[in-house]
Ligand binder design. Structure first.
Ligand code: GLY
Ligand code: MN
Ligand code: MN
Length: 440
């Protein structure tokens, strides 16, 4: 059971979902698949975010069935049975008894009874809300049950008529975070910021990228983050220009910048922070000039985060500041409007300025509604992460800029008053970074 989200909040989430699907619907979703790494060794299990969001139940081989209005109980959880021998080897199982006692299930059965019980549970439900394209075996099993129910419609059983993609329904609910979720994300952000500080403190020419990665992991894990929220990027020198670099095996050289994009996952909620700093503790003049442009773009973008503003506003603000900076420093020519309209900035800034953040690092939720960028609302959490990346072999620019990669990323929650930066504890001004690294 989650230590940080209450049983009542999990119950409220299920109620809200049942209200939105309606009384003739059923929601059904399986736990994440436990993937093998090699032979008989497995990756550590991580529950599917939707499954965890609705239950706080972190075991594999389980299925949730929500049946609005069902007299014998609306929340049915199938799970593994208690098994003394298996528990000695692999750890505790709640079992159906624990599912009822500790996870709020109205009824619980062992997972082996799923196929036998599902037809009765789903009989008469017209809309089936289930995942699509995520879990082939389960979806095949469900298809067989639904086809069987349709065949029984001649005997008077109301047949299911629609398989709705559960994601679409649940994503809108997950997009707006509750106070408890924001408190949890603040904690994940604080732990992650400390990890970045630790990595900056260790950094020096001669250290390896993986030594900095180890500092991050040490800080995440010792504060209860079971894992990083995504593969940590520690890119020094030219590696900072590889957007999804994660070899993390190069030695830091004097004069390199180091780009670290890393965040911990706490109780299934992510932090996502990027900081860029000099390996030797002092920015060179060209590094500093580009860094100040990215920082100004990031601050301008964060300024746009407020309730009612468009999702697109932070991106537009960042692009304008970056474009002007590229012109001022001579990396591009023309007017700022030309640079933006013709997309010339994309040579140095090829990704978007942010994404939703939550249980998944690229969290769920639509970015557009009716063909327009949606307005921001209190409780949404997004990243703001502009960058500039000058390819090492870009002969159109002065050599002093080549191979410099910079990104600055914070996690920002939209509030009624404007916004709050969850990741403010990680230093990002030139002065603060140089002071921390002892290079000032
Ligand atoms: N770390 C993934 C991202 O920043 O989007
Ligand atoms: Mn990131
Ligand atoms: Mn990000």
């Amino acid at each position: 059971m989650s230590a940080l989200i209450s049983a009542q909040e999990f119950a409220n989430r299920r109620q809200r979902l049942m209200q939105s699907v309606g009384s003739d619907a059923a929601v059904i979703l399986p736990a994440a698949i436990h993937h093998r790494r090699n032979r008989d060794s497995e990756y550590r299990f991580r529950q599917h975010s939707n499954f965890y969001y609705l239950t706080g139940f972190a075991e594999p081989e389980a299925v949730i069935v929500l049946l609005p209005g069902r007299a014998e109980g609306e929340f049915v959880l199938f799970c593994r049975p208690r098994d003394r021998e298996m528990e000695i080897w692999n750890g505790y199982r709640a079992g159906p008894e624990g599912a009822v006692a500790n996870f709020g299930a109205d009824q619980s059965f062992v997972i082996d009874e799923l196929t036998q019980r599902l037809p009765e549970l789903l009989a008469g439900r017209r809309q089936i809300h289930a995942p699509m394209g995520e879990h082939a075996d389960f979806e095949q099993q469900l298809t067989t049950v639904l086809v069987g129910l349709r065949a029984r419609s001649r005997a008077g059983v109301a047949a299911p008529v629609a398989w709705q993609v559960l994601d679409a329904t649940l994503s809108e609910q997950r997009l707006i975070k509750s106070p408890a979720e924001i408190a949890l994300m603040q904690r994940a952000a604080d732990i992650s910021a400390q990890g970045h500080i630790r990595a900056m403190q260790l950094a020096a020419p001669g250290r390896y990228e993986y030594e900095l990665e180890a500092e991050l992991l040490h800080e995440f894990v010792r504060h209860g983050c079971a894992a990083p929220a995504y593969n940590s990027i520690v890119g020094s020198g030219h590696n900072a220009c590889i957007l999804h670099y994660n070899d993390n095996n190069k030695m830091l050289a004097d004069g390199d910048l180091v780009l670290i994009d890393a965040g911990g996952e706490l109780d299934h909620y992510a932090a996502d922070i990027t900081r860029t700093f000099p390996a030797n503790g002092r920015f060179s003049a060209p590094q500093r000039a580009l860094y100040e442009v990215v920082l100004a773009a990031q601050l301008a973008a964060i300024d746009c985060v407020k309730s009612g503003a468009s999702w697109q506003a932070p991106h537009d603000a960042a692009v304008r500041v970056l474009s002007q900076g590229l012109l001022d420093l001579g990396l591009l020519q023309g007017s700022v409007d030309e640079v933006i309209e013709q997309g010339l900035f994309r040579r140095f800034y090829m990704h978007r300025t942010g994404h939703w953040l939550g249980m998944d690092v690229h969290d769920v939720g639509d970015y557009q509604q009716n063909g327009n960028w949606r307005p921001l609302q209190a409780g949404m959490v997004l990243t703001v992460e502009p960058g500039l990346y000058v390819a090492p072999d870009d002969e159109t620019v002065d050599p002093q800029w080549r191979g410099i990669g910079i990104r600055i990323e914070d996690d920002v929650v939209v509030t009624d008053a404007g916004h709050h930066v969850l990741t403010a504890a990680a230093p990002k001004t030139v002065v603060a970074i140089e002071a921390l690294m002892g290079g000032a």
